[in-house]
Design a protein around this ligand. Structure first.
Ligand SMILES: Nc1ncnc2c1ncn2[C@@H]1O[C@H](COP(=O)(O)OP(=O)(O)OP(=O)(O)O)[C@@H](O)[C@H]1O
Ligand SMILES: [Mg+2]
Length: 332
């Protein structure tokens, strides 16, 4: 199909003959988009990526990346892709720039071209000043930024980002989001992003598949997934209790309830469609409002709806522990 850069058909992976990490995964990723794979620890995100980047072979099903079959033409696939793995890969005893040069040599990028690309990438993620410092002196956020551009030195068409902000604090994560957007916009690469931070997927991904236990539960744009819950909340504060009581007779709602002083909470399927009705109702009944707010469900609520549990319940300190383990592995 045109415009589809990655396609999987019933892609599956079973480890050791028993652990079904990925089961019958069907994905269609469009050229140029940021596609999110969201799911909790152990959902099968990294396993999916590892198959697509030809690091491990599938147990079943097929996939094409840039038109090439991952099983039959892994070399062609590897030339098209850049990978930023979940674990750190940079050598701590080299500088940031030395790491980038090393990777460019690995990909046989001509020297002058590599120099130019590396300068531009360092600038893109604000690492120019730190470029000639040893990586071991970098902060967690700086290391992640370096990892991000290590995946781009050979100018791939497709970039795989596995948990790009794992273990980072909220502020540093938000900075990373801007860098990822910048990269997608300026370099026009297709990005496949995994994360178990649903707000990250919401912020970055044009489309997302929520996966759990190796299966896709639902695919769509973040707005489509949220709209599928049919649970937007409109909160209205009116001038007095009489007006508030009148408001409770507004038709075609899912639910309406008191929510504090002179305030009602109205649940509707889609607030965008429903707001004109509310505004009409208010003017027909001669009511006056003090405040009106609309709240749409978050992707966390979408996850809860489709899996029956909260992604948060499982995380706890897991991220930080993982980050610490990654760091330790790099140091060994
Ligand atoms: N090399 C392996 N050998 C055996 N089992 C594995 C291996 N790698 C992953 N698994 C198992 O496969 C399942 C999926 O793991 P995977 O790493 O793909 O999940 P993930 O979604 O990336 O999770 P996380 O958010 O923790 O990174 C888990 O049950 C995991 O324990
Ligand atoms: Mg993973």
């Amino acid at each position: 199909m045109t415009g589809i850069i990655i396609e999987t058909k019933n892609l599956s992976k079973v480890y050791n003959g028993k652990i079904k990490a990925v089961s019958d995964l069907n994905l269609e990723i469009k050229e140029g988009e940021i596609y999110g794979l969201a799911g909790p620890n152990g959902a099968g995100k990294t396993t999916t990526i590892n198959m697509l980047i030809t690091r491990i072979s599938p147990s079943g099903g097929t996939a094409t990346v840039g038109g090439f079959d991952i099983a039959k033409n892994s070399l062609a696939v590897r030339k098209l892709i850049g990978v930023v793995p979940q674990d750190f890969t940079a050598d701590e005893d080299l500088t940031g720039r030395e790491n980038l040069v090393m990777v460019s040599q690995f990909y046989d990028v001509p020297k002058a071209k590599a120099h130019e690309t590396i300068m531009a990438l360092l600038r893109l993620v604000d690492l120019e000043e730190a470029a000639d410092r040893l990586v071991r002196t970098y902060s967690g956020g700086m290391r992640k930024r370096l990892e991000l551009i290590i995946g781009l030195v050979h100018e791939p068409r497709i970039l795989f980002l596995d948990e790009p902000t794992l273990g980072l604090d909220v502020q540093t994560r938000m900075q990373m989001w801007n860098y990822v957007k910048e990269i997608q916009g300026r370099l026009n690469v297709t990005i496949i992003l995994t994360s178990h931070y649903l707000e990250e997927i919401d912020e970055l991904a044009a489309r997302v598949s929520i996966i759990d236990h190796g299966k896709v539960l639902i695919t769509g744009t973040p707005s489509e997934l949220k709209a599928s819950l049919k649970g937007d909340i409109i909160t209205l504060t009116l001038v007095d209790q009489k007006s508030t009581d009148a408001m409770k007779t507004v038709p075609d709602v899912i639910d309406v309830a008191d929510a504090g002083t002179n305030t009602v909470r109205i649940k509707v399927a889609n607030a965008d469609d429903y707001l004109p009705k509310i505004i009409n109702f208010i003017s027909q009944h001669g009511l006056s409002t003090v405040r009106l707010t609309v709240q749409k469900p978050s992707l966390d609520e979408v996850f809860l709806e489709y899996t029956g549990r909260s992604i948060r319940e499982e995380e706890g300190g897991a991220d930080r522990m993982k980050m610490a383990m990654n760091m330790r592995r790099v140091r060994q």
